[in-house]
Design a protein around this ligand. Sequence first.
Ligand SMILES: [Zn+2]
Ligand SMILES: [Zn+2]
Length: 90
Amino acid sequence: MKLVCRICGYTVEGDKAPEKCPICRAPGEGFEDYDLKQQPQEEQKPSGPPKEQVCSVCGYTCPGPYAPERCPICKAPPTAFNPVYGSSEQ
Ligand SMILES: [Zn+2]
Ligand SMILES: [Zn+2]
């Protein structure tokens, strides 16, 4: 299988991610299954701005609609953050 770095898009053959991305130095956890990524995902139509941003590398959650300039935990760039939209709970 193929793994792709979620931060810089670097791809590596094999079933194990490298310890660190040779391009952006993201830790191995920052890699994800390339094929999985290519599969169309359920399209969500978020309403309103994101409630928080979650770092895809370390899992740090940043409250607010914008990702920080750098993750305070793992220093990942804002592109590593995934927006979390509030559920229907009011
Ligand atoms: Zn990378
Ligand atoms: Zn992080």
